[in-house]
Design a protein around this ligand. Structure first.
Ligand code: UDP
Length: 591
């Protein structure tokens, strides 16, 4: 019993040491480093202290964990060598060639100490394949890739501690799930120690983590992954560490692709490469959000890795398929969030072309100013508030698309539309929804003396909506109302009644796209300066349907509220994934 408890006690102790050491000395170092940086001095001393204490907080627990284990010893050696090389860089600001040479030498030393991937288990086979002569180059490549992935994290301040903590914890859980004995368990325990150190380091991430800390962490992590890979199942062998390291590895890969793609085929090793996050920041994503995005991406990858390892007991083939799908979804989400959070670059145009729909780049005030202008011009104008289903419909329905193209103003009705426009790099300022626009137009109408007419919805609703409007805007002139369930025979009479009432503004609530088609068909006979399809707005004004609470409107969840209230709207939700899909497709085509 006592013998069994010992490894667990060691893990807990190791975790505490690695967590507490950086945690306790962190905040002061960070403050000092920030002060020095502010005066233009490289905070060498803080970097050195951080690096040495992190190296120690990795090395001490490892030694405690597995005294006499050559594997743990090798990881400690890697961490110490990495930390020392980083320390030299902190002090001397070495050139990139020198750094690469040192990294190479450390990887080689690790191999000579026994950190070697000697066998792997390829997919669909039960046997391990001996790498033979390839073992050494493969290991070196892997160690360098993992170490550099961590080292490069330094370029995006405040990312290292969080990412390393998540990655190590994921790795630890995955490795420990294999079983409580053997080198996988040792690697798992080491992963926990690393996670502890990284969580402790959160309190001194940027600017107190210098090269020394990054190099120590990078090489220790590389060593742990090699040791943990040896006796795991095929999926664990490559999937987990790769997935969990997806963010930094992805950054490195992107850096290479970016340079080759730009025609700079000669990968000059001494030069600085632009990393993914640097591109994102350069193209308008603010640095804080970039950090958040990378944390989210790491979290997603770690969650996928853990789910595949722990939860889903299926064949390797199914796992691979799930992995592929999750990676594609993750990539799409990452790309969309990056675009949505970026400041769109400006354009001089009044409107942007969103999948064939000319969305006006206006806010509510500007929309109202245009309505004023339309009323002054007296000729018939059509305004459309285009929501997600409406944009999707414009792809399927040629008549509707033509109407939307010819409309005098098309606003983005809903967060989803604004977001997807941003994904396409189109600068649409804000949403101007149908209900909001209608209410504001009525306020404006009261002020300016415009006459309005309400058409649509079941009998009685338009009258109730008119009463609500009159109670809110007592001076508003509602010159007529009519329900929306008239027969084709009654239609000419309805049109004539509206024309005779001579409204300045006609609100039509027949549901899209019926209302837009109806307006277009009768525009010349109606002779109304502004006609606007408002969907279910009369139902809302009449109190028949509630409006979503403000927080739901703000967060783009109004659609959810409406579906919960009127379950018959459920099929319309299909438009949402379709819009996302079409947007992504369009964005990819234009890259
Ligand atoms: N409607 C109507 N005549 C019809 C069909 C519908 O007046 O022949 C009304 C319906 O009662 C509802 C509005 O049009 O008040 C459509 O609202 P919905 O929420 O379905 O439209 P959306 O906001 O999706 O455009």
């Amino acid at each position: 019993m006592e013998a069994m408890a010992r490894p667990y006690i060691a893990v807990v102790l190791a975790f505490l040491i690695s967590f507490l050491t950086p945690y306790l000395v962190g905040p002061r170092l960070r403050r000092q480093a920030r002060e020095e940086l502010a005066t233009g001095v490289r905070p060498r001393r803080q970097w050195a202290i951080s690096g040495m204490s992190i190296t120690l907080s990795i090395a001490l627990p490892f030694l405690l964990l597995a005294r006499g284990s050559p594997e743990a010893g090798a990881v400690v050696a890697l961490a110490v060598m990495g930390g020392t090389a980083g320390l030299l860089n902190d002090i001397l600001a070495l050139s990139r060639i020198v750094l690469l040479t040192m990294a190479f030498a450390i990887a080689a030393a690790g191999v000579s100490l026994g950190v070697v991937i000697s066998e792997v288990k390829p997919p669909f086979t039960a046997q391990m394949i001996q790498l033979g002569g390839w073992a050494i180059p493969a290991t070196m490549l892997w160690v360098l890739a993992v170490a550099y992935a961590v080292i490069l994290l330094r370029r995006l301040p405040r990312l290292t501690a969080g990412v390393v903590a998540m990655v190590s914890a994921t790795f630890a859980v995955a490795a420990l799930s294999v079983g409580p004995s053997g080198s996988a368990a040792a690697a798992g325990a080491m992963g926990l120690v690393m996670a502890g150190g990284a969580i402790g380091a959160v309190r001194r991430d940027y600017p107190a983590l210098g090269s020394s800390a990054h190099w120590a962490i990078g090489f220790a992590l590389a060593g742990i992954t090699v040791i943990g890979m040896l006796k795991n199942t095929a999926f664990l062998v490559l999937g987990v560490p790769l997935l969990a390291l997806g963010v930094p590895v992805g950054e490195t890969t992107y850096a290479v692709i970016y340079r080759v793609g730009r025609g700079r085929q000669r990968l000059a090793l001494g030069q600085r490469w632009e990393l993914l996050h640097e591109t994102l920041i350069r193209t308008g994503l603010d640095p804080r959000r970039t950090v958040l995005l990378f944390h989210l991406a790491t979290f997603y990858l770690c969650a996928v890795a853990l789910a595949l390892v722990l939860v889903i007991q299926v064949s390797f083939l199914v796992k691979s398929a799930l992995l592929l799908v999750s990676l594609l979804v993750g990539f799409a989400l990452f790309f969309m969030l990056a675009r949505i959070w970026s400041e769109p670059s400006g354009t001089a145009e009044d409107s942007v072309d969103m999948l064939g729909v000319p969305l006006a780049r206006i806010d509510m005030d500007e929309a109202l100013a245009r309505v004023d202008q339309f009323v002054e011009e007296r000729s018939p104008h059509m305004v459309i508030t285009s929501d997600t289903p409406s944009i999707v419909r414009a792809q399927d329905d040629a008549e509707y698309q033509e109407i939307v193209r010819d409309a005098d103003m098309v606003t983005a009705d809903g967060r989803g539309v604004v977001w997807m426009a941003r994904v396409l790099g189109l600068p649409v300022s804000e949403r101007v929804s149908g209900v909001d626009l209608m209410e504001k137009i009525c306020e404006r109408a009261e002020e300016k003396g415009y006459a309005v007419y309400l058409l649509g919805s079941p009998p009685g609703v338009a009258e109730e909506a008119a009463q609500t409007l009159r109670s809110r805007c007592p001076g508003l002139r509602v010159v007529g109302t009519h329900h929306g369930y008239f027969t084709p025979e009654e239609e000419p009479e309805v049109v004539r009644a509206i024309a005779e009432a001579k409204p300045d503004i006609l609100f039509v609530a027949l549901g899209a796209p019926r209302q837009e088609k109806w307006i277009r068909r009768h525009m010349s006979e109606l002779r109304v300066p502004v006609a606007l399809g408002v969907g279910g707005s009369l139902d809302v004004l009449a109190g028949r349907v509630g409006r979503a609470p403000p927080w739901m409107q703000r967060t783009g969840l109004e659609w959810l509220y409406r579906v919960l209230q009127q379950p018959k709207r459920l099929p319309r939700l299909w438009a949402l994934p379709r819009l996302v899909w079409m947007t992504l497709w369009e964005a990819l085509r234009h890259r």
